[in-house]
Design a binder for this molecule. Structure first.
Ligand code: CTP
Ligand code: MG
Length: 174
């Protein structure tokens, strides 16, 4: 896949990662429970609504992309592209939860900055889920593609969170 195709391929994961900020809230996934270390399991920033918004929005974004552009993820049917978007979105939300779990175990409060755990787990989980369902994607993305996606994600995450902060969607610019 070339850079544009890689970008279109991963876009559903970015949608899944961003939508909870707008549509999330209310009941936290950990239901307020604490881990054995006394800190919250995940914290109030991981909610059921946010998780579902991410999965639904990311999948729909993938479907829309597949309908709009025949060139995204070459060689797959509309159904397969939608399934890939679904897996990317579920992986994104699971990775997001895993990142918060790790942050809480390190004693970081909700919303506290932790560059790597804020910015990368969602991408790696999204890719792992998509590749688990469609192993041929591994070759299509390749190691150079993976490197490109990591760098792209680090850069875009920074830019979008700064914008979200500016729009007062997020209290902190990360
Ligand atoms: N959000 C949500 N449900 C999710 C993920 C995110 O409702 N599953 C919403 C929450 O309002 C959250 C905001 O999106 O505060 C930003 O998400 P994120 O930066 O991932 O969470 P933080 O609040 O920074 O918490 P953490 O320190 O655990 O990352
Ligand atoms: Mg955060």
């Amino acid at each position: 896949m070339d850079f544009l195709q890689l970008f279109l391929f991963i876009l559903p994961a970015y949608f899944a990662n961003a939508l909870p900020v707008v549509f999330g809230g209310r009941t936290p996934i950990d239901l307020g429970n604490r881990f054995t270390d006394g800190f919250r399991l995940l914290g109030h920033g991981k909610t059921f609504r946010g998780f579902l918004a991410g999965v639904t929005g990311g999948t729909l974004a993938g479907l829309a992309l597949a309908l709009a552009s025949g060139t995204n993820i070459p060689g797959y049917t509309l159904e397969e592209k939608t399934a890939i978007a679904f897996l990317l979105s579920v992986g994104t939300m699971v990775g997001d939860v895993a990142g918060s779990f790790a942050k809480r175990r390190l004693g970081l409060k909700q919303g506290e900055k932790m560059q790597l755990f804020d910015r990368l787990p969602f991408l790696l989980f999204a890719l792992a889920f998509a590749l688990a369902g469609f192993p041929a994607l591994a070759k299509q993305v390749g190691l150079d593609g993976l490197a490109f996606l990591i760098i792209l994600t680090l850069v875009l995450h920074r830019i979008f969170n700064a914008i979200a902060h500016h729009l007062k969607l997020k209290l902190v610019p990360w």
